[in-house]
Design a protein around this ligand. Sequence first.
Ligand code: GAL
Length: 814
Amino acid sequence: MFSQIFKFFVIIHFLHAPLLSSPRTEIFLKENWLFQRGQNNGAEQVGFDDSEWEPVTIPHDWAIKGPFDREIDIQDVRITQNLEQEASEKTGRTGALPHIGQGWYRKTFDLPDLKDDQKVLILFEGAMSEPQVYLNEKKVGEWNYGYNYFYFDITDAILRDEPNLLAVHLTNHPQSSRWYPGAGLYRNVRLIVKDKESIDQWGQFVTTPQITDDWAKVNVKTRFSGEGLSLVTTIFDMENNIVAKHEAEPPFGNEFDQNILIDQPKLWSPETPYLYKAVTKLLKNGVLKDEITTTFGVRTIEYNPETGFSLNGQVRKFKGVCLHHDLGPLGAAINKTALRRQMRIMKEMGCDSIRSAHNMPSIEQLELADEMGIMFLAESFDEWAKPKVPNGYNRYFETDAEKDIINLVHATRNHPSIVMWSSGNEVPDQHGSDGVKRAKWLQEIFHREDPTRPVTVGMDQVEAVMENGFGAIMDVPGLNYRVHLYEEAYERFPQGFLLGSETASTVSSRGIYKFPAEKLKHVTHPDNQCSSYDLEYCNWSNLPDDDFVLQDDKDWVIGEFVWTGFDYLGEPTPYQGIWPARSSYFGICDLAGLPKDRYYLYRSRWNTESPTLHMLPHWNWEGREGETTPVFVYTSYDSAELFVNGKSMGVQKKHGATPQNRYRLMWTDVTYEPGTIKVLAYDENGDPVAEKETHTAGEPYQIILEADRTELIANGEDLSFITVSVVDKNGIPCPTATNRLHFEVSGAGVYRAACNGDATSLEMFHEPTMKLFSGKLVVIVQSTNESGEIKLSVSGNGLKAESIQLVSTSETVI
Ligand code: GAL
C-alpha cells in the first residue's frame, strides 16, 4: 500500500537535499548506508569513526553471505510440537548463517527545506531485530518485534542547518527463532515529510460494507490531526476514470466518516483482481494540506456454519500455501521482483491463497496479492507468553502483543487480499486456561481494530483445545495436521467448519528418488536427502493425498494451507540434528523456486484452467538395470497408459482403494531399462488426449539457459531468474548432472546469487560458481541504475558454454 499511497508525489530513492514538495514527500532511504557488525559503543555519535564500515544499500541482510557453519545457533531442545520425547542437538535450525549478534547501520541525510509547519516521520517496514533508532545522538524510538512495521515522529530531533545522522542498532539473540529470521534492515525504511495538519499515518480505513449487483457502499474513515479542516475523496477505477467524488460531512472528533456509492462495481477476487483507488484530499480554507491514495477492492467475505467460506457470495475452499519470509538465496532482504516470481509460480499451480507463516507479511507481498489475485491469511505470532525457544516472542508478549496487532491491522487493513487474520501458530498456550484467555484477548483486539475479518489460530494441540474451550472461541478453528481428529473437532467445535491452517509437511528433494518407493514416516537417508516419490512425511504430519480426501469429501472443511509453497532457510527436518543440512525439505518448490514433482500433484487438482500431465522419476538409472523402478503420474486426467521402450505397462485409472490411488496413477512394478518411457493420457471416453516422454540422457554436453524475464528496469533492484540446465549431445536434459558451473555478468547488470535447491549444499549463494543439483540451478542477475544490455555467460569444465542477453531500460517515475 505504501508505494501506492502518495504516488502522485515526488518519490526519491536516495537523498542528499531533497526538494520538499507540498503537501507531502516520501523519501526512501535506500542508498549510502554504512554497516558494521558488533556492539560498537558510541556508534550513534556524530564523531564516531565509521570509515572502515561496509557501504550497503537497504534492504540488506547481513547474514546471507555466510559462511554456513554448523556451530551457529545450535539448539539443544526438545521440540514438543514435533512430538519429541527428549531434547537433542539441532543444527541448521535457523539456517546455519551468521545472523546472531549485534549490528549497526549509519546514514546521513539533509533536510534544509523543512518548514516549521511540517513534521517528519521515519517508517520501518521491519528490522531484524530489536531496533533502537537514534537521530543526531538522540534515541527516537525502539521496537522489539523484527517482523512488524512501525514509525516514529522524529520532527523534534531533525536538524535543518547541518546533516542529520541516523543510526540504527539491532540485536539478534541465539535461540530466538525456529527458522532463519534474517538480520538487519531487511525491509524498506523511509521518511515521510508532511504538514503538521495532515492525515494520520495508516489513518484511513476503507471498507465495502454493502454490495449488490448494481451498487456498492464504500465506507471511508479518515483520521487526521488539525483544526478547521475539510475532506474530499475521489474514487477512480482501474482505467483512471472517476467513479465517485464525495465531500465529507464535518468530522466527529478527529475522524471523517464518508459513505460513497459506486455504481455497477467490479468485484475483487483471485480470478478478477479488480482494484479501485481512493484519492483523499485534506483542505483548510480551500488550501491543500494533505493528499493520500489508498488502493482497495470491492468484495465480500463470509464464514458461515452452513456453507463455510464464500467470497462475493460464492462458496470456495482455500487452495493455499504457507510461506516463510525469506527469499532463499537472497535471504530475508525484501525484493518485489523475487516475490512476484514466487507468486506467479504459485498461481500457475492453481494456488489462490497464502498464509504468512508465522508473522506479518511484507507490504510488497500484499500489494502483489491485491494486483495478482491471491487471498491472504495474515499471521502475527509463533509464540505468545509460553516459549517455544527461550529468546522468542514470549519475552515481549505481555508488553507488546497489543501494539504489534494494532500496527499489523492499521498498516495492512485496506488490502482486499487479506481475508483472515491469525493471532498465532501452534502456541504452547493452547494448554491451560490462561491460554484461552489470551486467545480471547488477542481476537478481541483484532475485532476492535478491524470488525470486517475473522481470526484464526493454527492449532496442533487438538485434544487440548477441544477440551478447554480454546478451539470453540476462535472465529475460524484452524487445524495444523491431525487429519485423524478433523471429524471429532468438527463435531465438538460450535463453528460448523474447519480450516486446514497447515497441512501435509511432506518432505522431498527435487530430482532425488529412493527405493523401494514406500510410505515412510520420519525416515533419514545417508545422503541427507528425501525422496521425490512424495511418500515421506514427519511424525506429526501426513501425505498430501490424506488432506485431499478431507478437502474433497467434507463440505465443512474450508480449505488448506500446505506447509510450504517453497523451501526456506532453516528447519531442515528430518535432518535437524544431522550435518550438513541447512534449509527445509517441505517445499512444493525447492529453495531456488524450481518445482519439485509435488508441484504437479497440487497443480493436477488446483489448476482448473489448463490440464496437468507429469511423470516421475527421471529415467537415468545406471546400475539399476533389471530392478523395480516405479513410475508415478500426476495428472488432471483420470486414466493413462505407460509404455517402456514402446511396450505397454497397462492402463491405470484413479480409484479409491487408498488415498494415493485416488490422486496418483502408479505403476509400481516397472523394471528399469534405459530408453524412453511414455505416458498417454485418456479422456473420459477413453480417447488419447495428451502424452509425455522421458528419455535416458547421455553425458552432459551443453549448457542451456532460460530466463524468466529478459527486460529489466534499470533501478538497481530488478531481477531476472535464469534457469540453468545441461543436456546431452541430442538435447536430452541430464537429470542427475552435478557439474560445477561458473557465472559471469557484464554490461548494465550484476551477478546477484545462485541456488541449486540442494538443502545440504554449503556453497555460498553470492559466489559466482556453483554445482548443479539434479541437473539444474538458478542464477539471479540484478539490474544497475544504468540502462543497457546485460550479458550472462555460464561455463563449466568440458561443457559447451552458453550466454544470454538481457536488456535493462530506465524506470518510468510518475
Ligand atoms: C508445524 C509448524 C511449522 C513447521 C512445520 C514443519 O508444526 O507450525 O512452523 O515447523 O510444523 O512440519
